[in-house]
Ligand binder design. Structure first.
Ligand SMILES: CC(C)(COP(=O)(O)OP(=O)(O)OC[C@H]1O[C@@H](n2cnc3c(N)ncnc32)[C@H](O)[C@@H]1OP(=O)(O)O)[C@@H](O)C(=O)NCCC(=O)NCCS
Length: 145
């Protein structure tokens, strides 16, 4: 695993397109913009997946997490989230947030296993009738083992 920079935007866009349905996939320009945000951090497993997060003072947020279908259920996302949480903690964050579609069972199971709990709901966040759940974990995360 390695840290990402704006120079990785093309590689990240390819992974994002493989992981998400077309309307939800982020292109190279959007990813480069995300990487240029103050406090942006990211980790990449070449050919498998990546995570982007942002740290602002004592709070951090996962911006996106993508693992290609062929690399799933092998602990890639777990390793990426743990790397992002560890980096955010080092940067001074004490809590990590993220938004997940309520109907995204895989991501919700992943985050629950990593100690994230529901802290709110954003109605219609992903379109009419598709709510987002706001998840939260204290850092260091308590994964229960
Ligand atoms: C969600 C996603 C990132 C998970 O990546 P992954 O590398 O397969 O996750 P891991 O292998 O680390 O899974 C860890 C645990 O999460 C849970 N989990 C992961 N995928 C699951 C699924 N499809 N169904 C049920 N539980 C799942 C399991 O508890 C799993 O542990 P196990 O494999 O020992 O049972 C991946 O499916 C993905 O990229 N999906 C599309 C994009 C997306 O939804 N991103 C997140 C948006 S917030």
């Amino acid at each position: 695993m390695r840290g990402v920079t704006a120079a990785d935007a093309v590689v990240l866009a390819r992974l994002h397109a493989a992981a998400f349905a077309p309307p939800e996939a982020w292109g190279e320009v959007a990813l480069r913009q995300m990487l240029g945000l103050p406090g942006a951090i990211g980790w990449l497993r070449d050919g498998q997946g990546f995570i982007l997060a942002r740290v602002a003072a004592d709070e951090a947020e996962i911006l996106t997490l993508a693992v290609v279908p062929e690399a799933r259920r092998q602990g890639v996302a777990t390793a990426l989230v743990e790397a992002a949480c560890a980096a955010a903690l080092l940067a001074g964050a004490r809590v990590m947030f993220l938004e997940v579609a309520e109907d995204n069972g895989a991501a919700r199971a992943l985050y629950a296993a990593l100690g994230f709990a529901v802290a709110g709901r954003r109605r219609g966040y992903y379109g009419p009738g598709r709510d987002a759940l706001l998840l939260r974990a204290a850092l260091p995360a308590e994964t229960g083992g």
